[in-house]
Design a protein around this ligand. Structure first.
Ligand SMILES: [Zn+2]
Length: 272
């Protein structure tokens, strides 16, 4: 079985700035099935921003597994299942979208779905610090969400088709909502994670190094060219770019790729 230590190593190998919250490796309860999450659920925190991380697991209310901040930092909060996160939502989404690997095309409220089951134990939850007002998400933060989600999926044997938004899960929710709206927010994540997963697998299942590199390179370049941030407002952004270059230099042309090979059998093709 993959472990919290394996996940931590892969996230760092991918060049992310990772902060471990005390106790994260054992925080949380049992997963609903198979000893691992069935899917991934994305959220925004709402204000205050940047959101105080300690408030995400205060009084044994575990609100997420990972959190991201506007400067691109990734926080590890809980490796096991949350108890105060996805909440009640629709069994249609779990069965016909997540398990069937056919992502939702609309929010639960639009589909007139009913919140008929609890979802906490089925999803790996992300709390992303953002006001949820449709305003732009810093590109460096989106990069952290996307790259870490590629790593999480490989770790648990999931893929981009199992990523949903809270708004897709429950008619009570609108999150995450940035870059114009909540449809844009979740579709952008799925598209970018899917790109990362596609180029990472070669024709014989081996990593396609040139494509992996160009994806990573392009995504980081994209983080800057589409950037709504500046070095003044986000001094860590340059640091993250440099870490990414270290990642590329270390792994370009040399196997095995740390994300795709994984450790303990969490890679693609296993588990499902
Ligand atoms: Zn939410």
């Amino acid at each position: 079985m993959p472990t919290a230590n394996d996940l931590l190593a892969d996230l760092r190998a991918a060049g992310l700035t990772v902060v471990e919250e005390p106790g994260w490796k054992t925080r949380g309860g049992n997963w609903a099935e198979g000893g691992k999450p069935t899917g991934v659920c994305q959220h925004h925190t709402a204000p205050p921003n940047p959101y105080p991380i300690k408030a995400l697991y205060r009084n044994n209310q575990i609100k997420c597994n990972m959190a991201t901040h506007e400067d691109g930092t990734l926080y590890l909060v809980a490796y096991e299942a949350c108890n105060y996160s996805t909440g009640r939502g629709s069994s249609v989404v779990l069965n016909e979208n997540v398990r069937a690997e056919d992502p939702p095309r609309a929010n639960a409220i639009t589909r007139r779905l009913t919140d008929d089951m609890g979802g906490n134990r089925y999803f790996w939850n992300y709390e992303n610090s953002h006001p949820g007002d449709g305003s732009p998400l810093p590109s460096i933060q989106l990069q952290t969400i996307v790259v870490s989600n590629v790593v999480v999926n490989a770790h648990f044997g999931l893929n981009w088709k199992r990523i949903i938004s809270h708004a897709e899960w429950s008619r009570r929710k609108i999150d995450p909502r940035w870059n114009g709206g909540n449809r844009t927010a979740i579709e952008q994540i799925r598209e970018l994670v899917g790109e990362g997963e596609d180029v990472s697998a070669g024709p014989n299942g081996e990593p396609n190094w040139n494509e992996v590199s160009s994806w990573a390179q392009n995504s980081w370049t994209w983080a800057w060219t589409n950037s709504l941030i500046t070095e003044d407002s986000h001094p860590k952004a340059q640091q993250t770019v440099e870490q990414q270059m270290v990642f590329l230099n270390r792994y370009d042309g040399r196997g095995p790729h740390p994300i795709r090979s994984g450790s303990g059998g969490g890679g693609p093709g296993s588990g499902e």
